[in-house]
Design a protein around this ligand. Structure first.
Ligand code: PLP
Length: 365
């Protein structure tokens, strides 16, 4: 019998998922939602993995949120019965795929994000020959899609009401602006956000649900929902990254479940080590302080610059690194890292437990 593979046997760069920590993160968020009586509809754009979606559903998630139709199609294999594609669909060519998803699922919803987009969505929906359930986007500060205030929401509701193939079923927001700075539970801005969402909803139909909640805010939103919020849709919490640890502080470093294992390949000058992972592994996303990745063990260096296949490691601890040394890093933004990988390696402590192909990798259509 051959000995089980360990992470020491793997070529780098490689994406490692700590299975036990992944499960703790899934169960922790689920518990917070269950205790508050709020549904969890996790966003799968972070992991793009059927086995992770299946674990989220088995833990109690009500349904899944996806960014694109391709992600939703890939996630059908998870057994999900409810999905929300939180994106501004406008292309009538997508009608057959939308119809197929609506046919396969018990509850399939898409986004209505402005009057003009709703008009295009109505045209798409008409081609499906069915009535599409829509969630209205409310912009609560990100400045991306959605009605900017309650009056704009009322106008959008009137447009949707005139669309014979659209059925308004609720409201959502993505409060991505909370990612810029440290977050403390009890932040008054969360209350303000919930109030503005509920005010927009109450003026249109008090019976409809509101679904805010990203990985920074979800537990706080759930804890203070008091019946006002029906679901949250966090994504990155399953793995964690520097956005959730070093920047906002809602996760501890020890709670991160995904690492990029990289090898030191050269030390060309004092204060600089080069690793074999660059922008084609970490992506080009960085923290507001300009950092692409930090070592998982807290040593005093960082990936401060990247080329495609090189990471520049600088900082006080860089000179102590040895050529050939393997270092696990926490990336700045985990969602873009997973989307660049063909597969992730699942580890149980030091052993390789499984290899998961990234099912929805590149499913951006
Ligand atoms: C519409 C929408 N919902 C939910 C999320 C989940 O956010 P996070 O991964 O920050 O938890 C995102 C993230 O971009 C989003 O765009």
């Amino acid at each position: 019998m051959t000995a089980p593979q360990t992470i020491d046997d793997l070529p780098t760069p490689v994406i490692l998922v700590d299975e036990e920590q992944l499960d703790r993160n899934i169960l922790g968020m689920q518990r917070a939602c269950d205790e508050a009586g709020v549904e969890l509809r996790p966003h799968i754009k972070t992991h793009k993995l059927v086995p992770v979606a299946a674990r989220q559903l088995a833990a109690g998630a009500r349904g899944l949120t996806c960014a694109k139709l391709g992600e939703a199609e890939a996630m059908l294999a998870s057994g999900a019965r409810e999905m929300f594609v939180a994106h501004s669909l406008v292309d009538p060519r997508q009608a057959p795929r939308v119809a197929a998803l609506a046919e396969r699922l018990d509850d399939f919803r898409v986004a209505a994000t402005s009057g003009e987009q709703a008009g295009a969505l109505e045209n798409l929906a008409a081609r499906t020959g069915r009535k599409l359930a829509v969630m209205m986007a409310i912009d609560t500060g990100l400045g991306r899609e959605g009605a900017r205030d309650a009056k704009a929401a009322a106008r959008l509701a009137a447009v949707i009401a005139r669309c014979t193939h659209l059925d308004l079923r609720g409201f959502y927001t993505h409060e991505g602006w909370f990612y810029g700075a440290p977050f403390t539970p009890g932040d008054q801005r969360v209350e303000t956000m919930i109030e503005s969402l509920c005010a927009a909803r109450d003026a249109i139909d008090p019976g409809l649900p509101v679904w805010p909640g990203c990985s920074v805010t979800a537990q706080d939103v759930a804890a203070r929902s008091t019946g006002r919020v029906q679901a949250v849709r966090p994504g990155a919490y399953v793995f964690g990254d520097l956005a959730l640890t070093a920047v906002t502080g809602v996760m501890r470093s020890g709670e991160v479940a995904l690492h990029v294992l990289a090898t030191v390949i050269d030390k060309p000058s004092p204060g600089l080590a080069l690793i074999d992972a660059g922008s084609k592994t970490f992506s080009s996303d960085r923290t507001p302080a300009g950092i692409f990745a930090l070592p998982a063990d807290g040593r005093d260096f960082s990936v401060s610059r990247v080329n495609e296949e090189h990471g520049y490691v600088t900082g006080a601890g860089a000179d102590a690194l040895r050529v050939g040394e393997r270092v696990p890093f926490v990336p700045a933004h985990v969602c873009t890292v997973v989307n660049l990988a063909d597969e992730v390696v699942v580890r149980r402590r030091h052993e390789v437990a499984a290899r998961w192909r990234v099912d929805a990798r590149g499913c951006s259509q």
